[in-house]
Write a protein that binds this ligand. Structure first.
Ligand code: ZN
Length: 194
């Protein structure tokens, strides 16, 4: 399957309401004119399949034993990339706020690992998974993720592939032009106008 163009991908994000425009209150307390929720697009297997082709193709000729992702958002991406590459897939989940391998999952010394994630903003969860890989003395071959919200600022120190870059733009409430225009603000997820 051919890789999606940026325009095709943005159309899918809009059609599935993964990407909304308006006036939003983010969990950080900042305001934004766009809101992105990756799960809204990945709920459709055909889109997950089409989007993950870019990541799978990028690493198709790289030797990989296992794909790993941080729970929760990364799981559908990691599982799909692993399926397309026909590799083992495992995930790390939070225990006492720290990402860890549970359910009998393990990584062997020297195992070649690809880390997958849905959205990278600060890269915190991916860096935590990279630590798990390093502690196991496995070989990190790369990182693949769908959306780069860092504008390329987050670098993992190994080959990395993002499908699209959507810079996260937000404002302090007191400097928000949408507030100045008295446009009602929405808290995403609640659908409530505040
Ligand atoms: Zn505002």
């Amino acid at each position: 399957m051919a890789n999606l163009t940026e325009e095709e991908l943005l159309n899918i994000f809009k059609k599935t309401e993964a990407l909304l425009s308006g006036h939003f209150l983010l969990t950080s307390g900042r305001h934004s004119n766009v809101y992105f929720q990756c799960a809204k697009v990945l709920q459709y297997p055909q889109y997950n399949d089409q989007i993950c082709v870019s990541i799978a193709d990028h690493y198709r000729n790289v030797e990989i034993d296992t794909v790993i992702a941080p729970a929760i958002g990364g799981i559908v991406v990691g599982q799909e990339v692993a399926r397309q590459l026909n590799k083992r897939f495992i995930f790390a989940e939070r225990e006492d706020k720290k990402l860890t391998l549970r359910r009998g999952f393990s990584i062997a010394k020297g195992e070649k690992i690809l880390v997958c994630e849905d959205v990278v903003t600060t890269g915190g969860s991916v860096f935590e998974v990279i630590d798990i890989v390093k502690q196991a003395e496995a070989v990190l071959v790369g990182v693949g993720f769908i959306v780069d919200r860092s504008n390329g600022k987050v670098q993992f120190g190994v080959p990395q592939k993002s499908v699209i870059s959507l810079e996260a733009i937000s404002f302090e409430p007191e400097n928000c032009n949408l507030c100045k225009e008295n446009i009602p603000i929405i808290k995403p997820g609640s659908r409530k106008i505040l």
